[in-house]
Design a protein around this ligand. Structure first.
Ligand code: NAD
Length: 476
């Protein structure tokens, strides 16, 4: 490995962006403007814990403000550093553009291992971090709206929302300062699982296109497909669970921080998740083969590989050994630019991160709109919809009876037809529509241009095209 020049995460994003820009006809200077990160704020703050002051380092990076607010998660991990946050902020810009969420790109991170702290300590740390960001408008409903990412979830988002509210007591839109909140703190149904759900919808859309399946040498549908997932956290767990329970896929490998589980006949995702919940890892799980070298399972024979943990896990050192014909990047940046070249050469199809994990920001967008409109989706229409459907059912039953035909609507049809869409149904519908439309915009470029041979370049072309149109409309 020593003599291999592996690009860093930020360099990888840069290489991929430049590759796409080389195929575009952007005005001089605009390329640079779009590519570079506008600003990164670094904060160091102290919190009194366990009788002493501990100092923490956090970042909030703003990549592009062509649309505001800017949007992007907050990550808690010891691996957080400025380059990583900037790479993630850049990806957010392109992701939002691709799925038409009206935001610029941002990202935040706190250099911390959350497992080392008690809940009340994490609350103190999170509130202090939120205070530092909010007082510089780096948390703000119309300027910068964070969301969960690795190591954070709805609990942290609720603390952030409350901290902002305490600092801005008269802001009627304060709940919109952060997304991914719990329902009882202004959240939206379906946000927790949104990124994993989006991964499922992305795969379902891929399998609707025989030409695309052919590119990966796959046939049929998701049923029975052998899947390996890396990271059974928020994103990986939900993606694996939905694929197993609803699409009939077989989860044959689960890779975690302490090794991997493998069973050719399929693992029970819920069971493994429960085990991890209790023991903080997969070690000792009795119903599958455990290997301590987790990354070796990235190389097993399978149909779909879902890296859903960290960046850079498929690199120039292992890419040639990866056998999956289809990789869907549920994590951000799991494939380095060098590995991307090797995999493309091998004919592996990669569904890129900026699309694959966009379900989170899509439903965050819905949550933000809900917070600003101060009303739950479906509240006004649901019963009206049900009444109209009831009219149709009554009329059909009357006609059947009066004409003597004697048709009967099945109870299942009636139940499903009569049920008006509530918030969860509407969120799923909006997410599915978004993922389908974004996939179609990428594949159209992929198949219509001879100089575009992969979905990632296609995704960048669509996204950068939208960002540049936005800058040009502003007169840049
Ligand atoms: P998470 O913290 O909920 O889960 C991460 C999982 O990965 C954990 O189970 C952890 O134990 C595991 N893990 C850590 N190190 C590992 C290693 N070396 N090998 C294998 N597994 C390891 O995080 P998440 O929210 O699911 O995020 C995962 C990825 O998805 C990140 O790249 C994140 O940026 C991306 N993402 C998340 C969201 C979201 O809504 N949460 C949205 C878009 C993208």
């Amino acid at each position: 490995m020593a003599d291999i020049q592996e690009p860093s995460f930020r360099e990888s994003v840069d290489i991929m962006v430049k590759r796409a820009m080389a195929l575009m006809d952007l005005p001089p200077g605009l390329e640079e403007k779009i590519r570079v990160c506008n600003a990164t704020y670094t904060v160091r703050f102290g919190v009194r814990l366990r009788g002493e002051i501990q100092t923490f380092t956090g970042y909030r990076s703003v990549h592009s403000e062509h649309m505001e607010p800017v949007k992007g998660g907050i990550r808690y991990s010891l691996g957080v550093h400025q380059d990583e946050v900037e790479a993630l902020a850049a990806l957010m810009t392109y992701k939002c553009a691709l799925v038409e969420a009206p935001f610029g790109g941002s990202k935040g991170g706190l250099c911390i291992n959350p497992n080392e702290y008690e809940e009340h300590e994490l609350e103190l740390i999170t509130r202090r971090f939120a205070y530092e960001l909010a007082k510089r408008d780096l948390i703000h409903p119309s300027q910068n709206v964070p969301a969960p990412d690795m190591g954070t979830g709805e609990r942290e988002m609720a603390w952030i929302a409350d901290q902002y509210k305490r600092m801005n007591t008269t802001d009627i839109n304060s709940a919109a300062c952060v997304t991914g909140k719990p329902i009882n703190a202004g959240g939206i149904q379906g946000r927790t699982e949104a990124t994993g759900r989006g991964v499922q919808y992305a795969l379902q859309e891929f399998f609707r296109h025989p030409e695309d399946m052919k590119a990966a040498g796959l046939t049929g549908n998701l049923s029975g497909k052998r899947v390996v997932v890396q990271g059974l956290g928020n994103v990986g767990y939900h993606a694996a669970k939905f694929l197993q329970e609803e699409d009939g896929s077989k989860i044959i490998g689960i890779i975690e921080h302490d090794g991997a589980l493998f069973d050719e006949n399929g693992l029970d995702v819920e069971d493994v998740r429960a085990w991890i919940g209790e023991r903080r890892g997969v070690t000792g799980y009795p119903k599958a083969t455990h290997t301590t070298d987790g990354s070796s399972i990235l190389e097993v024979d399978c149909d779909i590989l879902i890296p859903a943990a960290l960046e850079g896990v498929i690199h120039m050192g292992n890419a040639a050994n990866v056998k999956a014909p289809l990789i869907i990047e549920a994590a951000n940046g799991p494939v380095t630019a060098g590995a991307d070249d090797i995999l493309r050469e091998k004919g592996c199809v990669i569904i890129p991160d900026m699309f694959a994990n966009a379900g989170g920001v899509t439903v965050s967008y819905f949550e933000w709109v809900k917070n600003l409109s101060h009303i739950r989706f479906g509240r006004m229409q649901r019963r009206a919809e049900e009444s109209r459907h009831q009219l149709v059912v009554d009329e059909l039953e009357r006609l059947s009876k009066d004409s003597g035909i004697g048709w009967e609507l099945s109870p299942d049809f009636k139940e499903r037809y009569l049920r008006g869409a509530g918030e969860l149904e509407l969120v799923r519908s909006g997410l599915d529509d978004t993922m389908r439309a974004a996939y179609q915009s990428m594949r159209e470029v992929w198949h219509s241009r001879d100089d575009v041979t992969d979905l990632r370049t296609a995704a960048y072309l669509v996204a950068i095209g939208k960002v540049s149109a936005s800058y040009r409309a502003k007169g840049l």
